[in-house]
Ligand binder design. Structure first.
Ligand code: Y12
Ligand code: CO
Length: 176
């Protein structure tokens, strides 16, 4: 089932997500719904809080060179912890909870992460490039942080101004 995506500035996005304790059917349904929701919105990553569930759950599915996403590339990540990180890289990020806004964000270039799969099995991954960026972006959601918080003061001010203008325009359009 596709679930509605929580959009900025909804307060729920500031919530700290809680660890998963039960690797049961409810969790599996959440993961399946998140995947359906992410694919329907052309996303490559999604955290549970973005569908209103304050749990430490996220999914990532990076597209191939042709831009296609494959089910076998889906990574389901539960209770992740970054064990090690190195270097720095900058990438123009976007977020389904901040639609139609993209900006450069600096993050670690390489990370080692521990997490659990949907059955409660411990996993470890060492990764760099886009996958490392996606992990860090989605893990920020678990702490109640969005990529726009990493913008410079001036860029953030410009974003807020543009965002308010867009919301106003959308409101006016709905009235008609
Ligand atoms: C690198 C950078 C950021 C991430 C986090 C995951 N981000 C996304 O999945 C963003 C998806 C997104 C999709 C949009 O929709 C379309 O392109 C049709 C979009 O545009 C609108 O909503 C209008 C914005 C963001 C992982 C790796
Ligand atoms: Co996001």
């Amino acid at each position: 089932m596709i679930r509605p995506i929580v959009v900025y500035p909804d307060k729920r996005l500031k919530q700290q997500s809680k660890p998963v304790t039960e690797f049961d059917e409810t969790l599996h349904t959440l993961l399946d719904d998140m995947n359906e929701t992410m694919l329907a919105s052309n996303g490559i990553g999604l955290a549970a809080i973005q569908v209103g569930e304050p749990l430490r759950v996220l999914i990532i599915n990076l597209p191939d060179e042709e831009g296609n996403q494959h089910p076998e590339n889906l990574i389901e990540v539960i209770n992740p912890v970054i064990l090690e990180k190195r270097g720095s890289t900058t990438y123009t990020e976007g977020c389904l909870s901040v639609p139609d806004y993209y900006d450069d964000v600096e993050r670690a270039d390489w990370i080692r992460v521990e997490f659990y799969d949907r059955y409660g099995n411990r996993q470890e991954i060492e990764t760099d490039g886009l996958l490392a960026i996606a992990f860090q972006h989605e893990m920020d959601h678990l702490e109640g942080h969005l990529f726009i918080e990493k913008l410079s003061f001036l860029k953030r001010k410009k974003f807020e101004k543009e965002w308010k203008k867009k919301q106003k325009e959308l409101k006016e359009k709905k009235k008609k």
